[in-house]
Design a protein around this ligand. Structure first.
Ligand code: SF4
Length: 498
């Protein structure tokens, strides 16, 4: 398939550094099963607010909407730049290359580029991105005199009002970026040649295919690494897996013949090869014996803001804004559901704490999946509101971790494929349940976090209502899936083991 007419952007350069074939595949727009969320998209809503606040007083600046198509952004930006107008949220092209920018200000006969960075430390690859942008600008005839980086002060604690001067750190990075420019032009020329040459370049299997996370193309590039391969066995380091594959140990059969597996690996491999689930009755029975009814199932959602929205918060503070609780009076019963969502634009913490205290009775088991977050938030709230400390810490002491059953390998389903997240387990044991995550608008905690930020900044009531409904559906499923898993384990235990 020949490459389609795409713009070449800075991220293609980074992909090339990981794997030349990967950059080619991405440029050719090979469908990606899992869209990436990077730092910028995670903080997009806040960054757009910050950009408008920082550039609000630039005279005659053309503000391009960041949600416009690239074509519109390019047309509006290039028209404004041609008459030496400042541009906010712009896009610039030069030949096959395209780059987006936050602020390009024309003042005193000079161009000043402002880079708004949603983080604390500018990384090496971020300097490369700016060098790519500056090269595209220069090729388009715009020579930047100064480059300012606007990052976030991690120690900032918000008072009653937001102090932009205290929140933002301004640093001049002109020299550092300009030092990268001489090599950038030839890199871009080479990249263009590489991306527009057919067919796709061949590539050898390497650590880059497995780490930091497995490449989405791995089973396409190397068909032996399919669903029944050693990639889906946990507890083997990536280096070790690579060595096995290089020794032609790819399948689960080959792995079980080649080495002595740990207990966990043996369970995974035999469950997958026999296509049957594994249950350790003693451990599961012990878990059920420790429970009393009614049972509560609880899940918190938190948001992390780069720009603290409320008094007393610092960047990346973990703010609880939503919880879901299901309860069961007996194991085969239908669960009742309750939830909390603070639909105001003020700090939800106190209402959240009061609501969860009112809902959870003393002495009942409260099942969570991986208790770290819920325990941390309850302790954080106890510190923030000393008068509520006793009941909040009491709830923390009632937590029962469902994840511990899976950590101790009490149960494994072949469809878990070496993964132990709540969503994977639920998907494995109840694949036909119409309530599965892939039917939801929000499918993971990261998207829930982004949705809450959109809610805070959104002014349209209809959009806000739709965000609340989507968040509610997502959080409800996290506790509902725990109920389904527990009922499944109970049936498995007593159907087969009396
Ligand atoms: S699987 Fe490996 S060789 Fe294939 S595109 Fe990904 S990183 Fe490149």
């Amino acid at each position: 398939m020949p490459p389609q007419c795409n713009w070449i952007q800075a991220h293609h350069l980074h992909l090339y550094r990981r794997c030349s074939r990967l950059s080619w595949l991405r440029y050719c727009d090979t469908p990606s099963p899992s869209p990436e969320t990077n730092l910028t998209s995670f903080f997009e809503t806040e960054m757009q607010w910050l950009i408008s606040a920082l550039f609000s007083d630039i005279p005659n600046a053309v503000i391009v909407r960041s949600d416009c198509s690239d074509t519109t952004r390019i047309r509006q930006s290039e028209k404004a730049l041609s008459t030496q107008n400042s541009v906010i949220n712009g896009c610039i092209t030069s030949g096959p290359f395209m780059a987006r920018f936050d602020g390009l200000i024309f003042s005193d006969n000079q161009w000043v580029l402002s880079v708004i960075y949603p983080g604390f430390r500018f990384q090496k690859r971020d300097y490369m991105d700016v060098a790519f942008l500056v090269t595209v600008l220069e090729n388009a005839g715009i020579f930047v005199d100064d480059i300012t980086l606007v990052g976030i002060n991690s120690h900032y604690c918000r008072g009653k009002t937001l102090q932009l001067n205290a929140l933002c750190r301004h640093t001049t990075i002109t020299d550092k970026v300009k030092a990268l420019l001489p090599a950038m032009a030839s890199k871009m020329t080479y990249l263009h040649k590489h991306l527009t040459t057919t067919p796709a370049p061949n590539a050898q299997l390497g650590l880059r295919c497995l780490a930091p996370t497995p490449c989405i193309h791995v089973s396409t590039c190397f068909p032996a690494l399919n669903d029944q391969s050693i990639l889906h066995v946990s507890g083997i380091s990536k280096h070790r897996k690579l060595r096995y594959i290089q020794d032609n140990v790819c399948s689960l059969h080959a792995l079980s013949m080649a080495t002595n597996l740990s207990r966990r690996q043996s369970i995974q491999v035999s469950a997958s090869l026999d296509n049957t689930d594994y249950l350790q009755p003693d451990l599961v029975r012990e878990f059920f014996d420790s429970l009393t009814f009614p049972l509560y199932f609880m899940d918190f959602e938190i948001a992390q803001f780069m720009i603290p929205p409320f008094k007393g918060l610092t960047p990346l503070y973990q703010l609880p804004f939503l919880y879901s609780v299901h309860s069961l009076t007996h194991i085969d019963g239908a669960p009742d559901h309750d939830y909390f969502f603070h639909d105001g634009n003020d700090d939800p913490s106190l209402s959240f704490a009061n609501a969860i205290i009112k809902l959870i009775p003393a002495g009942v088991p409260v099942i969570v999946f991986n208790s770290h977050l819920e325990r941390h938030i309850l302790k954080q709230l106890a510190t923030a509101f000393p008068s509520l400390s006793e009941p909040l810490l009491r709830i923390a002491s009632q937590l029962v971790d469902l994840y511990s059953l899976f950590l101790s390998d009490a149960y494994y389903h072949p469809k878990m494929k070496g993964k132990y997240s709540l969503k994977t387990i639920y998907g494995a044991i109840a694949p036909d349940d119409p309530n599965q995550y892939h039917h939801l608008h929000i499918q993971n905690g990261e998207s829930a976090n982004i949705a809450y930020k959109q809610f805070i900044y959104e002014t349209d009531d209809t959009v806000r209502d739709s965000i609340i409904s989507n968040l509610h559906d997502y959080c409800r499923l996290d506790t509902y899936s725990m109920v389904v898993i527990l009922q499944h384990l109970y049936r498995r235990l007593y159907t087969h083991h009396g």
